[in-house]
Design a protein around this ligand. Structure first.
Ligand SMILES: Nc1nc2c(c(=O)[nH]1)N[C@H]1C(S)=C(S)[C@@H](COP(=O)(O)O)O[C@H]1N2
Ligand SMILES: [Mo]
Length: 347
């Protein structure tokens, strides 16, 4: 099948996102219909996917994988489409696929936005395992296949807001972190969940850089009630296809009401703890990055005001500067988690 690069596709061939949303309203329970609508309409960056070809996004030329990832094979047929108008949906225009997979923060591969896609060629997401540790009844090291087996994958369309003041709208594929946590049965002492990224300087050049500021591996954490919240997702795919290395293959966290740095990529360890875990950006600059990191237009980072953001991609014609909303627009769903807390102190 011919795969065109994004630049080769005349704009007349790219279905506008409004049409995408219109089509989704006609989705029935039949997955084939949903998949067809997605395949034909979602992603500027791949105009070749025929109806019935499944949810798979097509990477622009030069970015395609050489062989499918074994852990992903057969998954996309059963992905549950997002409910239009539901809590896991927004009708804001999607950020085009090529921007989602080529403008990244993933310091393990370098600090520039283009570094992760350029420098992740040696990274292997297959085979993969995740260690479950700490205050939990069923600790162990589980293969990714075992981690995924009992879960139904679903699509969610979330805003992603980086503390650097840019944001995107991204269709992720994943399953609720809460469902995984319930399987491994945390003890009554488990008050927090800690996450660690892979440590592998061989395949992650940022980890062998002399100029690195982060002490590897990258680590993040959530309070247990945040981890159990229905919005909190473990994602294994994006735009109907498997997660590319630069976006955190094979499995990453998505916490849409928090700044992007909480959404840790390429997770190899999940540990249940009694006390608040140390987190990478907080270790580096505690006055700039807190443990909570809820998106908050009233609490400013020392170098970046947080009341506005730039919705990517920025074009000559788009008015892409928009106000930032409390909890990134998810306040109705999550503000209750923080009632009584001074969020300028617990930033
Ligand atoms: N392991 C790891 N996870 C990470 C990062 C990182 O450097 N390393 N960057 C974070 C930041 S700052 C953001 S904004 C998001 C970006 O996710 P995306 O590249 O998929 O858009 O990933 C987060 N997860
Ligand atoms: Mo970020």
């Amino acid at each position: 099948m011919l795969i065109k690069s994004a630049q080769d596709i005349p704009s007349s061939e790219i279905t506008p996102e409004s049409v995408y949303h219109e089509r989704r309203r006609f989705m029935t329970g039949a997955l084939g219909v949903a998949a067809g609508a997605l395949a034909s309409a979602v992603a500027p960056g791949r105009a070749d996917a025929a109806a019935g070809d499944g949810l798979r996004a097509r990477a622009p030329a030069g970015m395609e994988r050489s062989a499918p990832a074994a852990w992903w094979e057969g998954k996309f047929e059963s992905i549950k489409p997002v409910e239009v108008g539901g809590s896991f949906y927004t009708d804001e225009p999607l950020t085009p696929y090529r921007d989602v997979i080529s403008y990244n923060n993933f310091y393990e591969f370098g600090t520039e936005k283009g570094d992760p896609v350029a420098n992740s060629g040696a990274f292997k997401a297959d085979p993969w395992s995740v260690a479950i540790e700490g205050e939990v009844d069923k600790p162990g090291v589980y293969t990714l296949e075992d981690i995924l087996k009992p879960h139904t994958l679903e699509e969610r369309i979330y805003r992603l807001r980086c503390v650097e003041r840019w944001s995107m709208v991204i269709p992720w594929i994943g399953f609720p972190l809460a469902d995984l946590i319930k399987r491994f049965q945390p003890t009554s002492k488990a008050k927090y969940v800690e996450f660690l990224t892979l440590l592998d300087p061989e395949s992650m050049p940022g980890q062998r850089s002399r100029f690195t500021t982060i002490s590897w591996p990258y680590r993040e954490g959530l309070r247990m009630d945040e981890a159990m919240h229905p919005l909190t997702l473990l994602a294994v795919g994006v735009y109907g296809d498997y997660m590319p290395p630069q976006n955190g293959a094979p499995i990453r966290l998505i916490v849409p009401w928090k700044y992007g740095f909480k959404s840790i990529k390429s997770i190899v360890k999940i540990r249940f703890t009694e006390t608040e875990p140390a987190t990478s950006w907080n270790m580096l600059a505690a006055n700039e990055y807190g443990f909570y990191a809820n998106v908050n237009p009233e609490v400013h980072h020392p170098r970046w005001r947080q009341d506005m953001e730039t919705r990517l991609p920025q074009t000559l014609f788009s008015n892409s500067r928009i106000p930032t909303l409390p909890f990134n627009g998810y306040g109705d769903q999550v503000a209750g988690l923080y009632s009584g807390m001074d969020l300028s102190r617990y930033y």
